[in-house]
Write a protein that binds this ligand. Sequence first.
Ligand code: NAP
Length: 249
Amino acid sequence: MSSLLQNKIALVTGASRGIGAGIAAELARIGAHVIINHLQTPEEAESVARRIIQDGGSATVRCFDVSDSAAVKHDVEELEEQVGPIGIVVNNAGIVRDRSFRKMSADEWHAVLGVNLNGAMHVCSAVVNSMASRGYGRIVNISSFVAQAGNFGQTNYAASKAGMIGFSRALALELAPHGVTVNCVCPGFIETEMWRSIPEQMRESILKRIPQARVGSVSEVAAAVRFLVDEGSYITGQTLNVNGGIFIG
Ligand code: NAP
């Protein structure tokens, strides 16, 4: 267990499984106290925290809905009183409601924008004043290669993830003088439950489109986040692609 982030508190949204759980474990491994946020799966979130603690790290589980601005504000204020000031935020919580645009309902559109894009805004809004006043902050927004390349049936998801990139660039400019960096990580296809749920034939055809001919691992995404948090003091407003070459740009 390294202590690079000792005394730093990291909030990772949507950390009860998948990429978020991997990021939380990686930040805990280098010494951060991690807050594991989730919405509907308390047992999974508790088990992520237990594993971190067994490995010598420290973690707190906190359930709140990132799409609910009042809930985010309330929970972040309470967490900062109980655990301490949050110096690191990873906006990872995300959902999909896939459907071709001509069949997509307004509810499906708003649900995805509400969690993926508005959620990141709500969390940033709750932490930025305190980060800026202390002169330190690391914000990493988990977007997707779909923001850059598009994907059939994902207009809502692509819009939300592209919005995160524009949001991060503009926020980076505003917060740069205050010691707060804001960056995006854009994963390609990653070995998660979502990938495993895709029918085998479709997975094979996706693999043919990936220049590295494999999906990425959660730990490869977590390593990119760790780099931006731990070594990225002069990196802000950037988009780091972790995608095996599926989108190069
Ligand atoms: P996942 O397994 O579906 O996990 C999503 C996480 O978000 C869960 O912890 C879930 O918790 C939480 N969550 C959902 N809605 C929430 C809300 N309203 N408030 C708080 N937490 C909420 O996702 P994943 O595949 O690991 O993906 C993680 C992120 O990476 C997402 O933003 C996704 O868009 C992005 N991404 C994934 C891939 C991929 O290949 N998997 C590729 C590119 C980008 P509960 O279940 O407890 O609600």
